[in-house]
Design a protein around this ligand. Structure first.
Ligand SMILES: Cc1cc2nc3c(=O)[nH]c(=O)nc-3n(C[C@H](O)[C@H](O)[C@H](O)COP(=O)(O)O)c2cc1C
Length: 142
């Protein structure tokens, strides 16, 4: 069974909701999933024991949240070659989520993670995003 870990930042809950929807999709595909908020996750090294890593942030001032950026700096110390990355981001402006996803991807590129899905959402995730998640995350990707 594949093992996934999802780590996200949130202030008002939108990104948390998106993280939980991604968790449900992975579980439906037979993956075991652990989920954490960035500031409550301390054991950076343990990320190496997962096959799939989910990383997500809201947009703050056109960038990913500051605490999440700091968290990714620590992730960047790891060699995660061969592991799969699912990126997600939320924002109020439709241009923001794709930008945040791209920023996350570029930031963690030194780890060697392979991006398999990028999921952006404007503000609060609704039922429509479920379809997008279903299409974006498929069993044959891992
Ligand atoms: C301090 C602050 C700054 C924000 N800056 C932006 C921004 O620059 N661009 C944008 O599209 N949304 C911005 N937003 C909106 C949030 O990114 C958006 O509502 C997001 O879904 C919130 O996620 P959360 O509920 O997980 O905190 C900002 C929100 C806050 C609280």
């Amino acid at each position: 069974m594949s093992k996934a870990i999802i780590i996200y930042d949130t202030r008002s809950g939108n990104t948390k909701l998106l993280a939980e929807k991604i968790m449900k999709r992975l579980e439906d595909l037979g993956t075991s999933v652990e989920i954490y908020r960035d500031k409550e996750f301390k054991s950076i090294d343990s990320i190496k024991s997962f096959d799939i890593i989910g990383l997500g942030s809201p947009t703050h001032g056109g960038q990913m949240a500051m605490t999440f950026k700091k968290f990714l700096k620590k992730v960047n110390q790891l060699n995660l070659q061969g592991k799969k990355l699912i990126i997600f981001g939320t924002g109020a402006d439709p241009n923001s989520p794709p930008k945040i996803c791209n920023d996350i991807k570029e930031t963690v590129s030194p780890t060697g993670l392979q991006t398999i899905a990028e999921i952006g959402c404007v503000k609060k995730p609704n039922d429509e995003i479920d379809k997008e998640i279903e299409n974006s995350i498929q069993k044959d990707m891992f």
